[in-house]
Design a protein around this ligand. Structure first.
Ligand SMILES: Nc1ncnc2c1ncn2[C@@H]1O[C@H](COP(=O)(O)OP(=O)(O)OP(=O)(O)O)[C@@H](O)[C@H]1O
Ligand SMILES: [Mg+2]
Length: 264
């Protein structure tokens, strides 16, 4: 009788220079991963953590725009890369190494190699946490993190409409299959508060929270569709950094507290 071979054991390399590493992810594009990742990072900074932000979206890097980064990272030995410092955060993105408008037309092995470089060759220093902004989908980048990088957990972002939730379910199963702990789900663009003070639930009601329950995962909170969040993102000044008492920043603070305590 033939026996099943044992599952392949991957050697996962931790990112040096940080105590924890968290992925911000969603199988769906455009749900606000990058915006939430950056604002959450600065909300964690306000709680006293030393933060790093790694933009793992090699095809469509957002971090240079979200933090208005212009400087090119330097290297002292042509092998390692010194991250860029902004608002007290150490930052790294493929977008810092190439021209902003150059399309990245890369095959899988090049993406894998770029991810390895950004997780092994960046000289992160003395960080409590590195937040990783993941690209959409369940492709090469996700697989590289699952197999090669030691991460402490993942946060899944979604908007609450049915079409997005289908991708959330795929995302949950991907992390469960690859053994990455899901710290929780966030419902982004949950509602829009009108001038009349009423909450308009444009994309439906409580979809992400229900999905979290269905899969026995933690639900971390609701974030509204808010012009100030979009505006600050376009300006390169995260709302949680420039206006930590803004009603939306306070919602981020609440989520950041849950994440901080789940790391202890
Ligand atoms: N809660 C929100 N309120 C207002 N605008 C938002 C909110 N969340 C995200 N946005 C805006 O939505 C757009 C898409 O957000 P973002 O780029 O963060 O999504 P993404 O999931 O990272 O996309 P991609 O899949 O392309 O990486 C941006 O213009 C951003 O400013
Ligand atoms: Mg993004």
């Amino acid at each position: 009788m033939s026996q099943k071979p044992p599952p392949k054991q991957f050697i996962k390399t931790p990112i040096k220079g940080t105590k924890s590493t968290i992925l911000v992810s969603s199988a769906k594009g455009g749900v606000g991963k990058s915006t939430v990742a950056v604002n959450l990072a600065f909300a964690l900074k306000k709680l006293g953590l030393k933060i790093g932000i790694l933009d793992a979206d090699v095809y469509g890097p957002s971090l240079p725009k979200l933090l208005n980064l212009k400087e090119k990272p330097k290297s002292e030995d042509n092998r390692s890369i010194i991250p860029i410092e902004k608002f007290g955060a150490q930052c790294m993105s493929m977008g810092l190494l190439i021209d902003e408008q150059t399309p990245m037309m890369w095959r899988g092995p090049m993406v894998i190699s770029a991810i390895k470089t950004m997780t092994q060759k960046v000289l992160w220093k003395d960080r409590d946490i590195i937040i990783i902004d993941m690209p959409p989908g369940t492709g090469d980048t996700q697989l590289t993190f699952a197999q090669e990088v030691k991460v402490d957990g993942a946060i899944i972002i979604s908007t609450p409409q049915g079409l997005a939730l289908l991708d959330v379910k795929r995302g949950i199963q991907m992390f469960d299959k690859t053994g990455i702990k899901i710290l929780g789900l966030i419902d982004n663009m949950s509602y829009f508060k009108g001038d009349d003070g009423k909450k308009y639930k444009i994309f439906g009601d409580s979809g992400v929270e229900k999905t979290a329950k269905e899969f026995n995962k933690e639900f971390l909170g609701y974030l509204p569709l808010h012009q100030d969040l979009r505006r600050s993102a376009d300006k390169g000044e995260p709302l949680t950094h420039v206006d930590p008492n803004h009603e939306v920043s306070l919602l981020f603070k609440n989520i950041a507290e849950k994440i901080k305590s789940s790391l202890n």
